[in-house]
Design a binder for this molecule. Sequence first.
Ligand code: UDP
Ligand code: MG
Length: 313
Amino acid sequence: MSEETKYFISVIVPLFNEKQSLPELYQRLTAMLERTARGHELILVDDGSSDGSWQLIRSLREKDPRVKVISFSRNYGKSPALAEGFKVARGEIVVTIDADLQDNPDEIPGLIDKLDEGYDLVSGWKLDRKDPISKTFPSKIWNFVTSLVTGIKLHDFNCGLKAYRGEVVKRISIYGELHRFIPVLVSWEGFKVGEKKVSHFERKFGRSKYGARRYLNGIFDLMTVMFITRRSTTPLHLFGRIAFSFLSIGFLINLYFLVQWIAGKGLHVRPLMVIGLIMIVIAIQIGSIGLLAELLSSGMEKKLSYREYQVDE
Ligand code: UDP
Ligand code: MG
């Protein structure tokens, strides 16, 4: 990285009970930033730790004015921790990295160089991931499905190590566990997303905060993201189509029985008749859900996305 391409960098570290890793992380990050940045801030977000991480980051703050600390009163999760970090970050470049030393701080300059090739977000790709197979295998499938469904060609959506252009983090809104979909949300805002292979290490201290349960939640989150990104402005277009198909089939079936009745054939309950009625009931339900989604999303539209555009006069 040359002198001209040096930036003011904000590094955000979400941490939950990572006391043992923090001294080494601080030391390695600071050394790297002093070499590569035009100035930096280190934003440490304590997500309700109970192991003394908070006291430790407070003491770092006292020694080093470039350190900023945020503390949650309880454990809210990685997404809220990142979201708070994003709010306060002032960097031209914003970097996120896990606190557990599984990511290598020395990969950061490479990610920033890649940003300079014209990307707005460069996400790490843990090609040789050092985690148990119980984690790496489901994660491969999860990444494949996410890429397939969203159409975004990445191998590793949920890498803790990412570099962003400063304005990007101000435009995305993450809550719950949506941090796994940051590249999708960023790309949907019209930014260019890329990836770069990064090294990965085994966890030295403490233990992983996420188990297999995350993958089930991941499926629900993927649905949420699909709605946020694709259908949020017009959910009734989707629900309405489904409702309309059900209604048409139900209507035709019942029309058939009506014609029979008019023709003087006595009616008695038949399986087809029940199916016809059920289809109409389902159509009404799906249609009403669509209408509610439409109403909700007109509110969400205002909250989630503000459009950036230019007017030439
Ligand atoms: N983390 C957090 N809040 C949580 C869970 C995790 O801030 O509720 C942090 C954690 O301290 C670490 C990063 O998020 O810095 C990634 O978590 P972890 O290493 O447990 O995930 P894994 O590497 O096993 O996917
Ligand atoms: Mg980890």
